[in-house]
Design a protein around this ligand. Structure first.
Ligand code: DQA
Length: 147
């Protein structure tokens, strides 16, 4: 079995589908996982899809992705805007990292305009809702295939 693409989700994303649906839409995290499994299957990629509300857990998983993963897609949610610990963990990786946000963080509150994840990411996809995860998987595929 090939190394999976880790897809990590940060705090409060377990509430998708009921949380601020005007911003984040109706899809639940389970819906997004199903979408990712579908897209990954089409691309021939394995995925490891996880969510945590805890910063340290996300740090542990980022390190695991660096050891056992082929690439990392991360929606760090609110930790995007606060976490030097996540940045340090991400900077230690040699696998491709793609940052995803459901909403367009640059069209929202000013404190959301800064990301601690971006300096360690190959690219950032935001504002396209769940489709952003599919776009990220597409980008991971291209990067792994060196397209
Ligand atoms: C988010 C954007 C963040 O600013 C916010 O804290 C989230 C979700 C998004 O996916 O749009 O929790 O990462």
């Amino acid at each position: 079995m090939s190394s999976p693409v880790f897809i990590l989700n940060g705090p409060n994303l377990n509430l998708l589908g009921t949380r601020e649906t005007d911003i984040y839409g109706q899809a639940s995290l389970e819906d997004i996982e199903a979408l990712c499994r579908d897209t990954a299957g089409t691309l021939g990629l394995d995925i490891e899809f996880r969510q945590s509300n805890h910063e340290g857990m996300l740090v542990d998983w980022i390190q695991e992705a660096g050891r056992d993963g082929a690439a990392l897609i991360i929606n760090a949610a609110a930790y995007t805007h606060t976490s030097v610990a996540l940045l340090d963990a991400l900077k230690a990786l040699s696998v491709p990292v793609i940052e995803v946000h459901l909403s367009n963080i640059f069209a929202r509150d000013e404190f959301r305009h800064h990301s601690y994840v971006s300096p360690a990411a190959m690219g950032i996809i935001c504002g396209f809702g769940p489709k952003g995860y599919q776009l990220a998987l597409d980008a991971v595929y291209d990067s792994l295939m060196q397209l």
